[in-house]
Design a protein around this ligand. Structure first.
Ligand code: SAM
Length: 344
């Protein structure tokens, strides 16, 4: 397995001006999907009988994109998928990304979102390569329920081992993302709060969005922020923590300060006005919003352009970033890709 140490910094080449959309939002956060493949078939995400649809690129191409984005003011890069740990060269990629510097000369804030199935072995090499933080998706704290959701046997033990390995490796914070579905795993809310306290991890509940392959979303199935706060507070009172406007999660702890809970509520409390994100899909397309109905072919442009030309293309695309999503409104138009094919 590749390990990467002592990276030589690469100062970002300024490609001013910094990214700003026409709604006045500074774009500082890039998410790159490095594969469309996933080893889980979560019921709220995938149909269970459809695999990867889109291609994946050589890592050198994502790296060139990341360098250009850094020259445009990107400060955070989150690697995602599909399932990013399925790429055998993911450690090498993190090592190369860790050499890239922001316009301020700082290392990028590097994170990964993973289902955690392969994390036990990879946490230490990833940390050594320069990864700072990890978010593990986990939708039940009960092994049987976990298999029913992921449609993979014995995943729960592997993910638990992955979470513990991430903590041992010094990835900090370790966040756990849980998507709640009414009647399916909403009885796990308090168990998750207990888990946050016992395992010293940040548990974040995410409201279910209409981004699934199977079209099972309805407003009724969404478990909202208010309901989650009520359920946990009935067990132990929550204390709200301050959060930055661009932060997606509302943050809470308990009176004794043990355990952190986050709630990401794009459906009941949208935060589009503070969106600082842009995404690149595994096949190298820019998505300006999870709910976009268009992709923008950055990979195609990259292969025939200089970095400066790429930067101009990216600026033009960012200028078209949607003001907000329209979940739950009459005439809502489904996005042209579902979550697993965008990169969450
Ligand atoms: N395989 C990785 C993982 O499991 O984290 C990365 C990709 S996964 C699509 C990214 C995140 O999107 C996961 O936390 C998943 O729970 C979340 N997700 C998928 N479909 C969603 C939906 N319809 N609404 C809200 N979150 C969703």
């Amino acid at each position: 397995m590749a390990t990467v140490t002592n990276p030589v910094p690469e100062q970002a080449r300024p490609l001013f001006p910094r990214l700003m959309d026409k709604h006045g939002r500074a774009i500082t956060d890039l998410r790159i999907s490095i594969t469309d493949r996933c080893n889980y078939k979560c019921v709220y995400c995938r149909t269970g009988n459809q695999g990867a649809i889109y291609a994946e690129l050589p890592l050198a191409e994502y790296l060139r994109m990341a360098r250009v984005f850094a020259g445009l003011g990107i400060e955070k890069v989150r690697i995602t998928g599909g399932e990013p740990l399925l790429r055998h060269d993911v450690v090498e990629f993190v090592g190369q990304l860790s050499r890239v510097r922001t316009l301020e000369g700082e290392p990028l804030d590097l994170a990964i979102t993973t289902n955690g199935h392969l994390l036990a072995e990879l946490a230490q090499p990833l940390k050594q390569a320069g990864l700072r933080r990890v978010t593990v998706s986990m939708d039940a704290v009960d092994a049987q329920r976990f298999s029913r959701i992921t449609r993979v046997p014995n995943g729960f033990e592997a993910v638990q081992a992955g979470i513990r390995a991430a903590k041992r490796a010094g990835l900090d914070p370790v966040k756990i993302n849980c998507v709640l579905l009414r009647g399916f795993n909403d009885d796990q809310i308090v168990e998750f709060a207990r888990f946050a306290r016992e395992e010293s991890v940040v548990v974040r509940f995410i409201e279910f969005m209409p981004l699934e392959e199977d079209r099972v979303w309805s407003p009724e199935i969404v478990v909202t922020l208010d309901e989650i706060v009520k359920a946990i507070s009935a067990w132990k009172p929550l204390v709200e923590l301050p959060h930055a406007p661009s932060e997606t999660a509302r943050r809470y702890t308990f009176a004794d300060g043990i355990g952190e809970i986050g709630i990401i509520a794009p459906v009941s409390h949208p935060f589009c006005g503070h969106c600082s994100r842009v995404r690149v899909t595994s096949d190298g397309k820019i998505r300006t919003c999870l709910f976009s109905v268009f992709d923008h072919d950055l990979a195609g442009v990259m292969r025939r352009s200089s970095d400066q030309q790429m930067a101009e293309y990216i600026r033009g695309v960012i200028n078209k970033k949607e003001a907000r999503h329209h979940i739950g409104e009459p005439g809502f138009q489904a996005p042209s890709r579902t979550m697993v094919h965008i990169g969450g």
